[in-house]
Design a protein. Sequence first.
Length: 123
Amino acid sequence: MFRQVRFPVLSFWKVVSLKSMARKPGSSPSAIKSRAAKTAAALAPAGGAPAATVAAPKKRTNPVQFFREVRAEARKITWTTRKETWITSVMVFMMVVMASLFFSAVDGLLGLGAKALLTFAAG
């Protein structure tokens, strides 16, 4: 009576092979390893030893040098102006009011729906 329709189903392996056919050139595992090796060689120290095996001891900074660096970093901070702070505060306040109105309306609608459903079920 009803005719069964069969849809072609791609197996996981067919999808994987289709994805591998669409790869960009140079994205094979051997090409990626080759690029990684070249990058590691370029970033290695001049002595030829890999960076992972050479652990340089940390140089201790005295408190005076530390506070000099802190002051230098603090000078880089850009503070907002009074006008920017005021505008941002007003925008936040408006968004809070809009969100509270929205959630109050949704809560009221859901409350009315639940009340109507309960009166219909009880009546």
